[in-house]
Design a protein around this ligand. Sequence first.
Ligand code: NAP
Length: 308
Amino acid sequence: MFGKKRPTPQIDKDQLELIENAQKRIRQKKGLYIHFVIFLLGAVFLIIANTVLGIGKEVTFFGKEWFLYAILAWSFFFVYHLITVFVTHKFMGKAWEKEQLEKLVAKQQVRIEALKSTLDKEEKLIVKSEVFKSEQKVKEAISTGNQELTVIVAAAENDAIGKGNKLIWHLSDDLKRFKSLTNGHHIIMGRKTFESFPKPLPNRTHVVITRQTDYKAPEGVILVNSLEEAIEASKSDVQPYIIGGGEIYKQAMAVADKIELTRVHESFDADTFFPEVDTSIWKETAHKFHNKDDKHDYEFTFLTYERK
Ligand SMILES: NC(=O)c1ccc[n+]([C@@H]2O[C@H](COP(=O)([O-])OP(=O)(O)OC[C@H]3O[C@@H](n4cnc5c(N)ncnc54)[C@H](OP(=O)(O)O)[C@@H]3O)[C@@H](O)[C@H]2O)c1
């Protein structure tokens, strides 16, 4: 009594439906068979009733006995029954309905997939146009200020520019050039580059880009939330410099007018890189090689590129 309950076999919905269908078919065929037997017996009975027992002997239609019409009408009814069991139910039964439904669902699925891909394409177009609009806005900000927006960077042969939020090399003449070029100007940078300095550089207006709304910086440092705002904040300067790092360079390449690149002739392990300079957009306008010496561990070249 308190022993384990016997596990009852589980039949899933599809199996149950198949069993029910099979039972229904058996009932239909059985019904047809019984109808056939009754029809045969009924026909024999009608013939005997008329010819042997003389029932309605005098009733004729178009010269034929009435039982012939009764048997004919019944045989039509039987043929109709036969057709419903073997033809109509086969073609329009549950299995047929299911098949039609599956076909329709598959067709709808194809349509949904086609719609999805159209939507994806439209979404990409919208994103592209948003990027385009934002670049246009930045370009407008530059053009109204008559500025020459300049990217200044030192990049290795493999485009490496930094690792662990630090520079990878120390090249004193490159630092001197950076100082002399940027002196008195706005320097636009990402929050991480700003944090890599021990303190703000003298005689330059620092414009720091961050997405943070509560970021704290020393007095005099201009905080902005986008490159576009950084350019707007440097409107009074004819030559603002974009000084990095990797994230900001990537965004600035589309809007800069000039690149001051120090190409360090060595490859380094790094976590931050400068985007490739596309020579179909940029033309080299100045080139100055610097040798290795006791103050410089690597050879390098000062390169100036201007937009074609
Ligand atoms: N070799 C060179 O000439 C050179 C020059 C500069 C820097 N570096 C090196 O580059 C590395 C730093 O570069 P990085 O790419 O890691 O960082 P980054 O570009 O200096 O700063 C990235 C930060 O800028 C902010 N930012 C970026 N895009 C923004 C946008 N569209 N709107 C608002 N804020 C935005 C975000 O700040 P929040 O996270 O605060 O939102 C982001 O985390 C360091 O290793 C550094 O030494 C090398």
